[in-house]
Design a protein around this ligand. Structure first.
Ligand code: HEM
Length: 480
């Protein structure tokens, strides 16, 4: 039965009938993006679920996403904050979780003007390409030892260094060292805890008890990140006092920066929260995108051949791929778009909170409602995409559709004022890593695995990951 929920006299969007106490919690299952897409077909692309005590509106069509992210962005750009990030005062200083206040605007502004500008990104280009070349060497070494490449793992370590070279102009991890796995576990731990169904979120009276231990584990992970960043900051301050370095990178900028207007300076807490945000939000997302893209290419050998043919034709084998080449590789770009359509790494975007009551297609979303946008469902919406379940990069070759927040059928980075600020860096990193791996190596699935048998099962969390991490064989291409 279709049921429109009533709340304080407002007509909420329809949704399944809630059970007493738990509401619709059991409807989510272990792959909420899929269960919610199914329910949206039964009820409506804007749908209400009662999750314990939290009324949540889910949006699953491009049109409704536009209502939220374009038309009503001003009142819907606050965050609904999970308990998992209310630790070590993180959510009070974090760009990801702050409401759209002055402090949040300052953080966005400094990232936009000092970190993600074309000029700044260009100036660190060679530091990044060096890291990608080291990745090529690492893959070469693995193949000469007859080992399979753990695509997600190596892409993750490389991404961490690509980000840390852009922010600190130094490396954070060593691709060859086991210790680099610790940082990965910490970052993955944070996204896993923040993405878990947490009773403390749905029954606020229980929050203190932390029944699932989520807050405890999350505190431990954030503490470890803060310690690592403290070390970097201290080392820099020490060297600068000695006069042994003047890097003029983002860290220097932040250490000197006086925020205009209200006169506040970025204190230690603000810096540690900012770096936690940048590394957590940037590394898992970007490296998982590379892993999903490789998995799709291995499953679709004809598409793989086409991307490699484009790279061979446009760049050849005599020199390495550079970020400046991305614009001349339309099929590669289409492949990345198609990957993000089918496998958006943040499947429900980040939760929003209605700061005032909003009217939406005759329904009312009352103040205080949690709003989530199912980009996974939007990417597979059959009214927006033909053959939505097929991996067909060609669909983008004659279409202007892009993921920069204008076209609501493709919003893996969100849209509106909370759109992912790291998009310009993610764009460069994902294309560069993927193109380099495809230029230098031919890729095959492990012996005995047929393309159609590749396990594409997902594991749901704040990020959507491959349930069985991708392992593949790399064979040096004709260049080397
Ligand atoms: C393929 C890679 C990436 C994907 C798919 C992605 C996706 C997203 C999404 C969906 C959001 C939430 C948007 C919303 O609520 O509407 C977001 C926010 C954010 N992303 Fe990314 N992201 C990626 C890479 C990066 C990188 C490389 C960085 C930084 C180096 C970054 C930093 C952030 C931050 C700080 C926010 C929070 C912004 C705010 O709430 O104001 N992301 N990202």
């Amino acid at each position: 039965t279709k049921k429109s929920s009533k709340s304080g006299g407002h007509q909420l969007p329809p949704g399944p009938t809630p059970l007493p106490v738990v509401g619709n919690l059991f409807e989510l299952g272990d792959k909420p993006h899929r269960s919610l897409a199914r329910l949206a077909k039964l009820y409506s692309p804007v749908m209400t679920l009662r999750l314990g005590q939290v009324t949540t509106v889910f949006v699953s069509s491009p049109e409704m996403a536009g209502e939220i992210l374009q038309k009503n962005d001003a009142v819907l750009s606050s965050r609904w904050i999970p308990e998992a990030v209310r630790v070590l005062a993180h959510s009070e200083a974090s760009m990801v979780w702050l409401p759209p206040c002055q402090q949040w605007r300052n953080l966005r502004r400094i990232c936009k003007t000092q970190l993600f500008t074309t000029q700044r990104l260009d100036s660190y280009q060679s530091l990044r390409s060096q890291k990608v070349q080291e990745l090529m060497q690492y893959i070469s070494d693995s193949t000469s030892k007859g080992l399979l490449v753990h695509v997600g793992r190596v892409a993750f370590s490389t991404t961490l260094n690509l980000i840390s070279r852009t922010v600190f102009s130094v490396d954070l991890v060593d691709l060859y060292a086991e210790s680099s796995q610790e940082f990965k576990q910490v970052v993955e731990g944070i996204t896993e805890e923040a993405g878990r169904a947490n009773l403390s979120d749905y029954f606020p009276l229980l929050a203190k008890l932390d029944l699932q231990g989520i807050r405890r584990r999350s505190t431990k992970y954030f503490k470890r990140l803060h310690d690592i960043f403290d070390e970097h900051i201290d080392r820099r301050l020490h060297r600068e006092r000695d006069g042994t370095t003047a890097r003029n990178d983002f860290l220097d900028e932040l250490l000197e920066h006086q925020v205009q207007g209200d006169g506040t300076k970025f204190d230690r807490q603000a810096l540690k929260s900012l770096f936690s945000d940048i590394f957590v939000a940037g590394s898992d997302t970007s490296s998982r995108t590379v892993e999903w893209a490789m998995a799709e290419l291995l499953r679709n050998p004809r598409t793989m051949a086409k991307v490699r043919e484009e790279i061979a034709r446009v760049i050849g084998f005599a020199r390495a791929v550079e970020e400046a080449d991305i614009g001349s590789l339309p099929y590669l770009q289409a492949t990345v778009k198609e990957t993000l359509r089918l496998h958006p790494t943040v499947p429900l975007l980040l939760p929003r909170l209605a700061e005032a009551t909003v009217e939406l297609h005759g329904y009312e979303i009352p103040e205080g409602t949690r709003v989530l946008i199912n980009v996974w469902a939007i990417g597979r919406d059959s009214s927006a995409w033909t053959e939505p379940e097929e991996f067909l990069p060609e669909r983008f070759l004659n279409r202007e559709v892009d993921f920069r927040g204008r076209d609501m059928e493709l919003i893996p980075f969100g849209a509106g004022r909370r759109i992912c600020p790291g998009l310009p860096l993610a764009y460069r990193m994902v294309h560069l890593m993927l193109a380099s791996m495809l230029q230098r190596f031919e890729w095959r699935l492990p012996e005995g695995v047929e393309p159609r048998d590749l396990d594409m099962e997902e594991k749901f969390g704040l990020t959507l990951i491959m349930a069985s991490p991708l392992k593949a064989m790399a064979i040096p291409a004709e260049c080397c």
